[in-house]
Write a protein that binds this ligand. Structure first.
Ligand code: GRF
Length: 195
């Protein structure tokens, strides 16, 4: 099976990156990790899995566009075809969106359109909902607004701590993200064959 060359973008601990790397039989080869936070936990994970990591400091560029143009050059240099955002805490701009149109997906810890943006788990917990969840979606220029690919609800039980809700959500994320990637790229490969 020909594998799709992919990049993961992450700024945090990288538990979703790890789940993707450990999933069996995914039709992707993760050839690059892009990280915008020097020292982020995900960098150690990349090293452990033997994935090249590029660490960027967006603030050191004169504009978002200049930053993204350098990213695009790096991604093209590595032959990257698809991008998986896994806790990348930055809005993707028009340069990167245009260069990888329809080939950037994100995972978000709520049932979008509910609780977009930062601290979605905390937002849901504070709101006292009895159900939240996980969404995998294509990205667009908005904050967690792109077309939804898959969603799975997660229950919030009376007496739960926020940490318990977070753990329940993460368990779903780590199963759902690889599952969606597998399905999506199977369909893409099928479409390509018909051309
Ligand atoms: C996840 O909850 C993901 O949904 C959100 O950021 C978090 C990243 O966590 N976009 P991790 O770094 O993968 O553990």
């Amino acid at each position: 099976m020909k594998k799709v060359r992919a990049a993961a973008f992450a700024s945090g601990t990288g538990s979703n990156f790890q789940a993707i790397m450990e999933a069996e039989g995914l039709p992707i080869e993760v050839v690059l990790l892009v990280c915008d936070k020097p020292g982020a936990g995900v960098l150690e994970k990349a090293e452990r899995f033997g994935v090249n990591a590029s660490v960027f400091e967006p603030k050191s560029y004169e504009s978002k566009s200049a930053y993204e143009q350098e990213l695009i050059a790096e991604l093209n240099g590595a032959g990257v075809e698809w991008i998986f955002l896994a806790g990348y805490m930055r809005i993707v701009g028009p340069d990167l969106l245009g260069a990888f149109e329809g080939r950037i997906i994100n995972i978000h810890p709520s049932l979008l359109p509910a609780f977009p943006g930062k601290d979605a788990i905390g937002q849901a917990y504070q709101a006292g909902v009895d159900t939240t969840g996980v969404t995998v979606h294509f990205i667009d220029e908005g904050i967690d607004t792109g077309p939804i690919i898959a969603q799975e609800p997660v229950a919030v039980f009376p007496g739960d701590t926020e940490q318990q809700v977070k753990e329940r959500i993460q368990q779903v994320e780590h199963r759902l993200y690889p599952q969606v990637i597998r399905q999506l790229l199977k369909e893409t490969t099928y479409e390509d064959k018909t051309k």
